[in-house]
Write a protein that binds this ligand. Structure first.
Ligand code: ZN
Length: 358
């Protein structure tokens, strides 16, 4: 690796204008700042956030500034180091925490950097990993054992970590848990809950392909609330499937109707973990669905840095959770726009891009 000669140019999937879409372009290799490392990207995964940025919804049009390279879930090899960084890191196999925190605010100083108000997100606020190379601060590296996790699984650690935190916020051992929403994060959650000893995991989603994956990941029973606009049938199914005893609901969809379902389905004194992000404010019956039920609500975002990553490593390296069934496609970078179309049409789960394998 020490003899590795860096090229001067690379391919990258970039949003060129503040508008929907992105283009595959050739740009210079990123400059490596003094506290950064340069990673040769071996695998990068597409997240729902990337889809929002691609489609240029109201959140992304307010937050993201073109031109920018998309992508924040990755694994690869360190090929160069900044002047302040130990050059023996060259050759290390790594993944990355996508949230780059400031290190000096009260949250960072209190060891809760996942709540740093100055967080910069890779692929949202600075150039991302849908490229042959990416430069990131050394402090976000997560050293990964290549003999235990291949690049594709290693690239999923960041997204998987979100599900680890949301699913294990209350100990699920021996509990009945409902997972609402079986996108990749919900599917991760099902596997995590089973691995952590939940006695029963039941799941809902409006997409039959995702429900079949939910069963494959270990869900004991699944339900499609497709035509249930006011959540009555779904709550009835959840009550029946759990014998009116859902201890924990993990809400992963963000759909307003699903959030209402969560509060109506959980048992008296149960727990609701909210992780899916609703597109608009949601009306909740606070008296009947929260106070009179004595429930505990946790609202969670991101991973605890790096506590969650340690749990993630344990679940994946031990083989307790196998994410391979969720990798629906592996594509080269020049097919990235097709990958986004597959996701948009609900015909894919996790798509891995291999930027250096075209
Ligand atoms: Zn901070």
């Amino acid at each position: 690796m020490s003899n590795y000669v860096l090229p001067t140019k690379m391919k990258a999937l970039r949003k060129i204008q503040n508008a929907p879409g992105a283009e595959l372009v050739t740009i210079p290799i990123p400059r490596v700042a003094s506290d950064d490392v340069l990673i040769k990207v071996e695998a990068a995964s597409i997240c729902g956030t990337d889809l929002h940025i691609m489609e240029w919804d109201s959140w992304s049009s307010n937050r993201v500034k073109a031109p920018i390279t998309l992508g924040h879930e990755m694994a690869g090899t360190v090929v160069a180091t900044g002047t302040n960084i130990d050059p023996t890191l060259i050759g290390e196999f790594v993944s990355c925490e996508s949230h780059i925190t400031c290190g000096s605010c009260s949250q960072c100083e209190s060891q809760t950097p996942h709540m740093c108000p100055n967080t910069e997100i890779i692929g949202v606020d600075r150039d991302g990993c849908f490229a042959e190379y990416i430069s990131v601060p050394e402090k976000v590296l997560w050293h990964t054992n290549r003999s235990k996790l291949n690049p594709k699984i290693a690239a999923l650690q960041e997204a998987f970590g979100g599900a680890v935190r949301a699913s294990l916020a209350h100990n699920p051992r021996g509990k009945t848990v409902a997972v609402l929403g079986c996108g990749p994060i919900g599917l991760f959650s099902i596997a995590i809950l089973k691995a952590a000893g939940a006695s029963k995991v039941i799941a809902t989603d409006t997409n039959e392909y995702r429900l079949s994956l939910a069963s494959e990941m270990g869900a004991d029973s699944v339900f499609n609330p497709a035509s249930d606009a006011n959540c009555g049938n779904t709550v009835e199914w959840l009550h029946k499937a759990s014998k009116h005893n859902i201890d924990i609901v993990v809400e992963m969809s963000g759909a307003p109707v699903s959030i209402k379902t969560a509060f109506k389905a959980v048992r008296q004194g149960g727990y609701v973990n909210l992780f899916g992000i609703p597109p608009r404010p949601v009306e909740i019956d606070i008296a009947d669905d929260l106070i009179f039920k004595n429930i505990t609500i946790l609202a969670l975002n991101g991973r605890e840095i790096f506590d969650t990553w340690h749990k993630t490593r344990e679940l994946l390296e031990s083989g307790l959770v196998d994410l391979n069934p969720l990798i629906s496609h592996t594509l080269p970078l020049d097919q990235a726009t097709e990958a986004f179309d597959l996701l948009k049409n609900g015909k894919a789960c996790k798509i891995l891009i291999e930027p250096n394998n075209s």
